[in-house]
Design a protein around this ligand. Sequence first.
Ligand SMILES: Cc1ncc(COP(=O)(O)O)c(C=O)c1O
Length: 445
Amino acid sequence: MEYGYPKGHVFYRKLARTYLLAARGEGIYLYDENGRRYIDGSGGAIVVNVGHGQREIFQTILEQAGRVGYIHGTQFTSKSVEEYGEALGEVLPGGLNKIYFLSGGSEAVEASIKFARQFYLESSRSQRWRIIARWHSYHGNTLGALSLTGRVGMRRPYLPLLVDFPHFPPPYCYRCPFSLTYPSCEIECAKALENVIQMEGPETISGVILEPILGATIGAVVPPDGYLPQIQEICGRYGIFLIDDEIMTGFGRTGKWFAVNHWDVVPDIMVLGKGMGGGYFPISAMVARGECVDLLKDKTGGFVHGHTYSHHPVACAVGLSVLRLIKENHLVERSEERGAYLLRRLEELKSFSFVGDVRGRGLMAAIEFVKNQETKEPFPRAERFTEKVMEMTFERGLILYSGTGFVDGINGDMVMFGPPFVIEESQIDEMIDILKGTFESLQMA
Ligand SMILES: Cc1ncc(COP(=O)(O)O)c(C=O)c1O
């Protein structure tokens, strides 16, 4: 049976699409109700890390829900919340160990905006409330998070509702915003931050938010070495919080526990989500330094923020279970190794004239498509190149994640890869075979 608007009472994001029922998942595979198998090559929205169908997590949910399914975060805490906090504290970068649990990524980003604001308000620097973000970033879809998000197509319909936060260009070396080349560029794109701070007035800025490796909008863009340390230095010099959005990159996705670990950068605030719950339960978090939370405690005595489902006992039990699975099965190391293999194999696809760039770190990778490999000219949006790739690979049993519009706000095509960390090399080969078959058909069309 097929679902989708206008059938039934539910409507989905893609109103013109028909949906199949996902009946079951196991490891890297999803099965529809007809028993057809799909490789979950993107772990949904780069979420599923420990794999589908993990019995241990199923058991955890049952046990925690059976003991206590819900408490309100102003009335009680629960063992799972406290235990998960302890375990997570052990893998977080040094000094960052005060954790506020929430349900979704956008919620965590909203909390970080408010936390930074409240901190400066209570430090008698009330002018500091604006957060600088980057173009081509993705920080979520709620209005505060969307105000930070640099994805033009998603912002456009809602511009009158957004807060006017400043943006600066990302470290997108494939199409350098300054037409320079690394390393002779001396990382001009990091210096651009200082420029924005000065133009906007440092006394008005509370933080800079960034994805250490850019994800959903532009596709696995890894900054050059030296970029993040330079950003950290600039933030430190101006007394501005560095807010590290690890919602997509966290929990081993890029081959380290957190992407900032690649460059030994320790942010002031971190936001987490997606793989935190392995896809089994909505959970996210905002993490801050103890001394900052202390200030709130000493002044108003609380964080003036909250949600009904924050500090959820079942969510935290799942988070703890996912964390244990990652540790016990060495999945961070596995993401690094399998990711290197995936990238090597994706590189082969550059023999197709429309594969412009292959990039990523660990098991977070992307292909950017171009009309002309030499000039990097993008496909006109009307060709819907990414959509064609997505439909054809889905038809062949491979699920990917996509993004468009990042070159100039309209054009720009990419697909992302983010399979569960349990993937084997032979299964990566299977993905590559499907991609090759798809690309051959596209080349002939
Ligand atoms: C880096 C980043 N931040 C924030 C979000 C928003 O998370 P959510 O969709 O759970 O609200 C996303 C989601 O793709 C993300 O990739």
